[in-house]
Design a protein around this ligand. Structure first.
Ligand code: PLP
Length: 438
């Protein structure tokens, strides 16, 4: 039976250090001391822990139990290959220049440096009418998802794909857009969950979806690996237009698309009036630790009263962010240069080859496996099983970490997600172990 790990509050040692002349009795009282501040009820509403820290905790627990085991992580989707030299050197040079009187720079533009905004627009949105001034450089897509929630506020209604990357739902709960969770279904009240699975080609039945203000849509999807087709995205944009909704389109894995499916929502005519796009250098250029992403808010996207959304987002960025690190931006710019771009494409190709190896492994075992072609994730079906049981069994018997599908929403309960981010030798070893287990 799955039991959630409870990270209850433990005062750290430093907090308990007695100051001079505080008696033992005083310090014991200090341990029990509580403020009079009530916990934010929306934080209380959140279920368990955020998925990925929980997976890390389970990995640590397993390593404690089997200290000699060679654990392979196909769990958290974190990149493993070194940064291309051209990218790392540009950041090192930039950092070094900051140590000189002439090269030193302080705050930059809150929206990101002009050159990088232009390079993003030209590289990823060529012929789509997106201009540099509509691109806001950030410290990653996940941070921008929360900033967008701050922009929308607690009165917005939202829809999400089910299963889905948990940040949209959790940030929605935190900002106060939802009701409590329904214990039987694991769903929060006031969120429209749009079920996506093999039965509907991983695209929601929009004729059954309720109207919401905001529609979070991720393609290629994390966790299923499905990239929405042009025809599917045309339907999505049409649905948003009919309902007067705003799509928040997450294209963090767009670079992995190989089959000609759109890499941006702005490939669909009319999307500039109904969609915001968030994206990231994390999985393109190995920037999960460097931290760099962007959000596109087209000037043509308007609120009901005709006010441009971009003006409010600009205000949020200026007030709540203050701009991405200049060093990270130098790296981002280098990764879009001629040499840098070639190098990052080969990084993506490396992970795509990993995905092919894993896809072949699961398919040869007779398991229905989705994704892995347009995304660095595989979505493996274990009909009739509980995903936490599958996760535990694979971990116990092969020392391989995966992610239980139910962590991405109720529709993931019979699936596990497997990531193709990893060193090739680990992917090959994982493939061998899985073949012998299954
Ligand atoms: C769909 C999706 N969006 C956003 C992110 C976070 O990206 P970043 O590292 O830019 O915050 C992830 C990370 O795994 C993701 O899977």
């Amino acid at each position: 039976m799955y039991k959630s790990l409870s990270l209850s509050f433990m005062p750290c040692k430093a907090m308990l250090q007695p100051r001079a002349r505080i008696t033992r009795q005083d310090s014991e009282n200090f341990v029990d001391y509580r403020t009079k501040v009530a916990r934010n009820p929306t934080m209380e509403r959140l279920q368990r822990n955020y998925l990925f820290p929980e997976i890390s905790a389970r990995e640590a627990e397993h390593m404690e139990k089997y200290p000699n085991a060679k654990v392979i992580s196909l769990g958290i989707g974190d990149t493993t290959q070194p940064l291309p030299d051209v990218v790392a050197s540009s950041m090192a040079n930039y950092a070094h220049n900051l140590s000189t009187r002439t090269g030193y720079r302080g705050y930059g533009a809150e929206q990101g440096c002009k050159e990088l905004r232009k390079a993003i627009a030209e590289t990823f949105y060529k012929d789509m009418g997106i201009q540099g001034k509509e691109v806001f450089v950030s410290d990653g897509a996940q941070c921008d998802i929360s900033r967008l929630q701050l922009l929308f506020g607690s009165n917005m209604s939202i829809a999400v794909q089910d299963p889905i990357f948990p940040a949209y739902v959790d940030s929605s709960v935190i900002i106060g857009q939802t009701g409590d969770v329904e214990n039987e279904s694991g769903r929060y009240r006031n969120i429209e969950y749009m079920k996506c699975g093999p039965h509907n080609s991983f695209f929601p039945n929009l004729s059954k979806a309720a109207r919401t203000d905001i529609i979070f849509f991720c393609s290629p999807n994390n966790p299923t690996g499905h990239a929405a087709s042009r025809e599917q995205l045309e339907r999505l944009v049409g649905f948003a237009q009919e309902n007067g909704s705003i799509i928040v389109y997450d294209s963090a894995y767009a670079f992995y698309i190989t089959d000609g499916s759109p890499r941006s929502i702005y490939e669909i005519p009319g999307a500039e009036k109904v969609a915001i796009e968030v994206s990231s250098f994390s999985k393109i250029a190995g920037f999960t630790g460097v931290r760099l992403g962007w959000t596109v808010v087209p000037e043509q996207l308007l609120y009901a009263n005709g006010f441009p959304v971009i003006n409010d987002f600009n205000r949020i960025v200026c007030t709540c962010f203050n701009g991405a690190s200049r060093i990270a931006q130098a790296g981002g710019l280098a990764s879009l240069s001629k040499h840098g771009y070639k190098a990052v494409i080969s990084l993506v190709d490396y992970y795509k080859e990993n995905a092919e190896i894993l896809l072949e492994t699961f398919e040869s075992l007779g398991l229905r496996t989705y994704g892995g072609v347009n995304a660095p994730y595989l979505w493996v079906h274990f009909p009739g099983s509980n995903s936490w049981d599958v996760f535990n069994e694979i971990l116990e018997k092969t020392h391989i970490i995966t992610v239980p599908g139910s962590g991405f929403g109720p529709a993931g309960k019979e699936f596990i997600r497997v990531t193709a981010f990893g060193h090739r030798e680990n992917i090959l070893e994982a493939s061998k172990r899985l073949r012998s287990l299954l």
